[in-house]
Design a protein around this ligand. Sequence first.
Ligand code: NSS
Length: 432
Amino acid sequence: MIEVTSVERLAQHVGKTVCLRGWIYNSSSKGKLHFVQLRDGTGIVQCVVFKNNVPPELFEQLGHSGQETSLSLVGLVKADARAPGGFEIDVTQGEIHQSVQGYPITPKEHGIEYLLEQRHLWLRSKRSWAILRVRDAVITAIRSFFDERGFVCVDSPIFTPNACEGTSTLFEVPYFEQTAYLTQSGQLYAEAAAMAMGKVYTFGPTFRAEKSKTRRHLTEFWMIEPEVAYGTLDDIMVLAEELLAHVVAQVLLRRPEELAALERDVEKLKKIVAPFPRLSYDEAAAILAKHPESTFKYGDDFGAPDETILSNQFDRPVLVHRYPKEIKAFYMKRDPAQPDKCLCVDVLGSEGVGEIIGGSQREDDYEVLLGRIREHKLPEVAFQWYLDLRRYGSVPHAGFGLGLERTVAWICGVEHVREAIPFPRTIYRLTP
Ligand code: NSS
């Protein structure tokens, strides 16, 4: 019996004959030789098919089987330092499952809109493969980080009766006799769960009807939201920087080949160690005021260009805290030392990528929160359950939300978040 293995495990099979199952990534022929680059999802390996070593039908079929032909190849595993990946297969047998001609995505350059339209196939490219495997490692690292620290994962609902992050980006869904909204954030539910379990996090899809077409916005994205009972702003700032440092370290450890495929400058990632620099909103505003390219006005939220200027000042992410209350959400606690500011933080990724985390200490006083809900003209009835958390055993608590796609795009060094999710949803894209 010949053992079936995968490209990532070839090192364990040097000198042995194995079977690999996959697809042709690329191929070329020279007289009595075919060179087949076989990809199997775990990697790509060069398979050398010498006419005299294989059955004649196989040699003949390979001669007219194009990119993405599905096939199994059997051959001897040889270590070869010159081969990409370090191994080569000397093929002796094989079977073509489906011979393909005219695969729509060729190694030549295609426009981004074409590739997005072909996303179901584009996933097979080396670049998508690398990014999505980094995404997987990021998800595993996030879960292990919270698990090791005693956080409990809770799932928040996707159909919700009210807004969390402002009413202008809500997706409305007919819900029998009522109207439901797709969740913008699991935070309010995470707060309830934190009062039950102490330290929790939610991890799920979130939705924003963002009309923006920037490289940072999706209409459907994944968010990780820890919430800590008895936690303060300072506590979650430390938690956020430790989380990011852990995630980057894990990706460096587990996905070096993928980062190399993306031509990511890993030296920059190696610098992502805690503690990160911190700036108050006022300090950040002062930096922008002195910057020749900034059009920032004190009191405004930072635009994408402002965030880029700020994050370019440092070689690691920067924590910007205590924003003016006017530009932040209703649930944020005010800073007792300067009541016009919130106890909140945004984390801007390094290399100019902008905000990847937003968080705060929550208002825990019943009367103050009720006043805030009224001030923001939010439907009081829908928030009664949330107010209960301030009626029954209210305590200081804090948390944040990390945008998965922005984090993956930052770590991979890719420009646009649409490449950091398998099937992106943006204002103009609902397919495939
Ligand atoms: O709106 S946030 O800044 N904050 C919240 O939703 C809080 N309720 C989180 C919390 O405290 N539990 O969004 C958090 C992060 C933000 O920093 C981005 O990284 C990401 O969510 N985010 C997005 N990613 C992609 N596309 C869009 N449209 C988007 N909006 C936010």
